[in-house]
Design a protein around this ligand. Structure first.
Ligand code: ADP
Length: 336
């Protein structure tokens, strides 16, 4: 006789009056034979189990006296798939961080050694100490990005949201990228429509998110191209900020993965431009914390457009975050 819960049937562990997993059957038999409680972990996969891999923590216990065989056995299986997945992601993340930290730290050690050996040659000392500075700032960016990411993840949603003017976010993010764009002769063009567009959130975090998109647009574009940032209202309840570049683009199969921590389409190029591999993960989490989202359109060789969408603040606050929405303004700026 076999009684099973609806969930046990839904998971495919039981069909009709049969236990479908060999390992479970074996455990149940052992327990029935000697009356000892047993615990274990099993994993099932394949079409019989809905095509997905599922991990269960199982506990098998005799019901009443079963020694000598024949009695009832209670079998509890708890789905552990999600907690396993989270654990796996965390383990991967730690392994990735260790790897990412090792590179600049190793380079610093090597450069220090080289400088020591070249102590009599001021030209080499200058060159190698320049490289040391580069590696040290790479380390600083990485640590800063890690701190930002862990802060957003820990504090989802934003603890103390305030009205933030979208135009101010755009201006601030642009300010911080101007030098990099300048250095590569990339033109930054800006359109802000709806001057009073206000969202509720954390201004620093929104600036960081937009700055990451802008820095990528500059880093993954050839020199003397153009990056266009536009902010506007998208329907009554949404503010939209997009960053469009004429850069190398992203292959379609990679589009899903670029928002993962440390995922890079071309690791060598990302390192060469000082990327940490965390920029888009920060953008994604920053948007989630604001009830917004980030989407991407891209074509290899043609360019990419990243779009942020954020809910607008329902009632603009009395202390006024600028003139009324709908007021249209076009600001254009060329950086050469
Ligand atoms: P990174 O620090 O490497 O730039 P990100 O998380 O910001 O890390 O981006 C992940 C990857 O997505 C980058 O390594 C790059 O391959 C790709 N990518 C991001 N933005 C762009 C863009 N505007 N154009 C082309 N590729 C991009």
């Amino acid at each position: 006789m076999l009684r099973a819960s609806a969930a046990a049937r839904a998971f495919g562990l039981v069909k009709g009056d049969q236990l479908m997993v060999g390992e479970l059957l074996a455990l149940a038999r052992q327990v029935r034979r000697d009356g000892e409680i047993r615990e274990g972990e099993i994993e099932v996969s394949g079409s019989k189990f809905g095509g997905r891999r599922t991990s269960f923590a199982v506990r098998v216990a005799p019901l009443g006296s079963t020694v000598g065989g024949g009695g009832l056995v209670l079998l509890l299986a708890e789905d552990q798939t999600e907690s396993r997945r989270v654990e796996e992601v965390r383990r991967d993340f730690v392994a990735n961080i260790s790897h990412e930290l090792k590179t600049p730290v190793g380079a610093l050690a090597l450069l220090a050694e080289t400088i020591e050996e070249a102590a009599d040659d001021p030209e080499s000392v200058r060159r190698f100490s320049g490289r040391m500075r580069q590696e040290a700032s790479r380390l600083t960016y990485l640590v800063q990005d890690l701190i930002t990411l862990s802060r957003i993840q820990a504090a989802e949603p934003i603890p103390d949201p305030r009205p933030v003017e979208v135009g101010a976010v755009v201006a601030e993010a642009l300010d911080r990228c101007r030098m990099k764009a300048n250095a590569r002769g990339i033109e930054l063009a800006v359109t802000v429509e709806g001057n009073g567009l206000v969202v509720l959130g954390d201004e620093d975090l929104l600036v960081t998110a937009l700055r990451n998109l802008l820095e990528n647009a500059v880093a993954y574009s050839p020199e003397h191209t153009r990056v266009v940032v536009s902010a506007r209202r998208d329907g009554p309840g949404t503010a939209q900020i997009s960053v469009a570049d004429q850069g190398i683009g992203i292959p379609e199969r990679e589009l899903e993965r670029i928002f993962e921590r440390f995922y890079r389409v071309d690791p060598a190029r990302s390192r060469a431009t000082g990327g940490t591999g965390l920029g888009l993960a920060i953008v994604k989490h920053a948007m989630a914390a604001h009830n917004g989202k980030v989407t991407v359109w891209s074509k290899e060789g043609a360019g990419s457009t990243f779009t942020l969408q954020l809910p607008v603040q329902r009632k603009p606050s009395a202390n006024g975050a600028g003139p009324a929405a709908g007021h249209s303004q076009l600001v254009r700026e060329a950086v050469q």
